[in-house]
Design a protein around this ligand. Sequence first.
Ligand code: Z5A
Length: 222
Amino acid sequence: MSGLFITLEGGEGAGKSTQIRRLAARLEALGQTVVLTREPGGSPYAERVREAILAGQGKPYGPFAEALMFSAARLDHLKQTIRPALARGEIVLCDRFADSTRAYQGALGALNQDELLALERVVVGETRPDLTLILDLPAETGLARADARRGGGELKADRFESENLNFHKRLRKAFQSIAQAEPERCCIIDADRDAEEVEFAIWECIKQKFAQDLNIAPEPVD
Ligand code: Z5A
């Protein structure tokens, strides 16, 4: 018995945390057991690595070292949390996963996609997402949302929030390219609208992809 592995991706302030909770509630209402998790993090060791990365402790060593830190956290997260839940037949909803390494560490430069993909193959192995929802919106909008959440500058931006606008525009392109390269796995969601509309679009995508697995009755035709 194998569960479903669904990841949410996107740039800063795209609404992943908001939407992952809404999606979990909808799936639980169908009687599914859902494991909500995130990257970096999702296991005790990986959460410690998260603190170090977001505090900028990897930055002086360069993007490759940071990619290795994310990968070390991911190895543990897969072993401790994701694979056991999938083996129990549960639905794993993960806020960011390997596509974030492709996009963020790729957009920071110094690493080409072949190197990043080679690293991903070693770390992730066969445990690839069944579906990746890519929440897409203009970088300016996402950054404004993240800034508003921090109280307009009262709290300090973290390691990646503090990169410049150009970086965040490259990020958006990187996520769009991933979706174009893997249309079977990825679904682009327009995240530049009300949270309710985004939630609805995500649910439509889930129904299209997993109606049978989740035993969702087809919509009545008018
Ligand atoms: N990173 C990496 O470089 N490499 C990797 O391999 C991995 C990660 C795995 C983790 O940070 C950082 O690590 C991340 C990438 C990097 N970069 N940064 N910074 P994180 O987990 O702390 O943060 P995040 O993943 O970027 O999430 P976020 O900034 O918290 O955004 P979000 O989860 O997508 O959005 P949100 O919290 O749901 O919403 C943001 C705000 O907007 C909030 O106030 C909401 O109430 C509001 N919101 C949400 N939806 C809407 C809509 N539809 N309209 C208006 N306002 C909304």
